[in-house]
Design a protein around this ligand. Sequence first.
Ligand SMILES: Nc1ncnc2c1ncn2[C@@H]1O[C@H](COP(=O)(O)OP(=O)(O)OP(=O)(O)O)[C@@H](O)[C@H]1O
Ligand SMILES: [Mg+2]
Length: 247
Amino acid sequence: MSLVVKLGGSIAENPSALEKVIRGINDIANGNPFVLVHGGGKQITSLLSELGIETYFVEGERYTDRRTMEVVEMVLSGLVNKQITSVLCHMGIKSIGISGRDLGLITTRRKIELGYVGEIKAVDVEPIKKLLGLGFTLVLSPVSETEDGLPCNVNADFVAIEVGKALKADKLFLFTDVIGILDGNKNLITKLDANTAKSLIEKGIIKEGMIPKVKSAISAIDAGVKEVWIGNNLSQGTIIRGKKDGH
Ligand SMILES: Nc1ncnc2c1ncn2[C@@H]1O[C@H](COP(=O)(O)OP(=O)(O)OP(=O)(O)O)[C@@H](O)[C@H]1O
Ligand SMILES: [Mg+2]
């Protein structure tokens, strides 16, 4: 089984929390190489504000004009990608940091209404398998490009899920900065089926950055992935499964 995990950007800012999460993932992977997709939303927002560039979000996705796209690429494929790769290498996990643009891994279609935001059209899984086969863990920045070579900002949750589907992963892990999906009373929902998740989005209980996570989790379940885990530590979290009772 190939393991695909996604890390929210906040974890990358805290090396000791990052190490703890990576140790847990490495245990699940049984020491085998895995794919780690990362975000970096908070780091992008802070550099944009230092540069005086304003942005806004539509259903958890950032409107991305050309200048914003450059900042997104610098932060995600540069700073965050290299910080995470370095931590893994220092932990003895042989890792290589790349983006969706490298090796033509991820091709996107532009969602023009969001500027340079892309939706995933294709994942070339062969180079990923080759690198894993060489024993390399992949640290993957979600920045990708269109067939014409235009850069696209893709939410990392979508990248993790599409790579997971392409690799036929059984389980997908989305690490974020909250304990899991919270209900209207801010209590943790431990098990969730795809239909209930959809209705929680409609009711506005699942919002902002949790929307792309849940939408992509549902598409993975529809594609045959058995379960998607969302949380910030492996001892708890929300498990999304296909059936109504969560089993
Ligand atoms: N019902 C909900 N339960 C839990 N979190 C929710 C809910 N609705 C919205 N959220 C928000 O979703 C956020 C997580 O998504 P966010 O995009 O901010 O982080 P991330 O995806 O982990 O990181 P990155 O965007 O850097 O990859 C939480 O911090 C919380 O504010
Ligand atoms: Mg996010």
